[in-house]
Design a protein around this ligand. Structure first.
Ligand SMILES: NC(=O)c1ccc[n+]([C@@H]2O[C@H](COP(=O)([O-])OP(=O)(O)OC[C@H]3O[C@@H](n4cnc5c(N)ncnc54)[C@H](OP(=O)(O)O)[C@@H]3O)[C@@H](O)[C@H]2O)c1
Length: 282
């Protein structure tokens, strides 16, 4: 039995679609709120899973600056408790982390062994979650990913479609990364689980761009005028949480593990945008 936490999120939904009803038990926040730490071990014990895939997280990057304690409970403490409960039950444990554990100052992409240095509360709590996962489950698989997109949830792509449809939009052109489609990530993560991968692995789609470049691609796919998107700097649009300038995730591990490679992001982006065009969020 595979347990999926965070099933209503972008990634949890992708896993749900991929796995269907077979041998899957979803645990939504309504059934298991991570802030109720004591409820986690008995909830898993009642199911007796062979694999626990944790897609739940406090993902509000800016809000976390004002509410780091809640972010820490969900992204770190609860991850440690889940990992320990999984280990006690003899279950594999998989959890997800982020490019925001890096500060974005490295020239060239980040690989798994690079030193971490989060700049934000969200990044700090996700890094603590990584550390607690391994401390409580030595065989835990921790997948770092970046710029997650899907056609199933409101996200950067749906926001851009809506804004560009109304008029000119300025988008930051000095943050680089790898957009990653939730469906691609779920598929390759299952591949990694099948190959019994453990430790930290970077999984992000092939292809590097900026938010500005991505917004123009989204406009073109949506049949809107990409020229309506103009570049600006991060300094022009300060946000509560600092973001890494260059957080391209590379991998020094996936070839040896025999997983992936992750496909280019463009085909998945096209499907996601087409799906979003029929959604209520654009
Ligand atoms: N989104 C990105 O750009 C991005 C980038 C890099 C890494 N990641 C990581 O990738 C993973 C998946 O992200 P995502 O975009 O799929 O996230 P998401 O869409 O925000 O979904 C998060 C999920 O966590 C659940 N959740 C939140 N608080 C909870 C709590 N207290 N107890 C139990 N469940 C709770 C949510 O449930 P409700 O819907 O019921 O609140 C939702 O199902 C996360 O680990 C995230 O940190 C994301």
């Amino acid at each position: 039995m595979i347990v999926i936490t965070g099933p209503t999120g972008q990634l949890g939904t992708a896993f749900g679609r991929l796995l269907g009803d077979r041998e899957v038990r979803i645990l939504s926040e309504d059934e298991l709120d991570f802030q109720n730490l004591d409820a986690i071990p008995p909830a898993l014990a009642a199911i007796g899973p062979s694999i626990v895939i944790n897609c739940a997280a406090y993902t509000a990057v800016d809000a976390a600056e004002e509410d780091e304690e809640t972010a820490r409970i969900v992204n770190a403490t609860a991850v440690g408790v889940l990992a320990k409960a999984s280990a006690d039950l003899g279950a594999r444990f998989v959890t997800f982390s982020t490019d925001y554990v890096f500060d974005g100052t490295k020239a060239g992409g980040y690989v798994e062994s690079d030193a971490t240095h989060p700049m934000s509360a969200y990044g700090r709590t996700k890094l603590e979650g990584e550390q607690l996962a391994v401390a409580n489950h030595p065989e835990a698989l921790i997948v770092r990913t970046s710029w997650l997109l899907s056609g199933t949830h409101p996200n950067f792509a749906s926001t851009m479609i809506k804004l560009i449809g109304k008029g000119p939009v300025k988008v930051v052109d000095d943050q680089r990364g790898r957009p990653t489609l939730a469906d691609d990530l779920a598929r390759v993560t299952l591949d990694a689980i099948d190959r019994k991968a453990s430790g930290v692995v970077h999984l992000a789609n092939e292809g590097v761009t900026t938010w500005f470049g991505l917004a123009r691609e989204i406009a073109a796919i949506a049949g809107l005028d990409p020229e309506r998107v103009t570049p600006c700097t991060t300094a022009e649009f300060p946000r509560p949480a600092p973001r890494p300038a260059d957080s391209v995730l590379d991998s020094e591990r996936i070839e040896a593990l025999g997983i992936g490679p992750m496909p280019p992001y463009q085909p998945g982006l096209e499907s996601a945008v087409e799906r979003l065009l029929d959604s209520p969020w654009v």
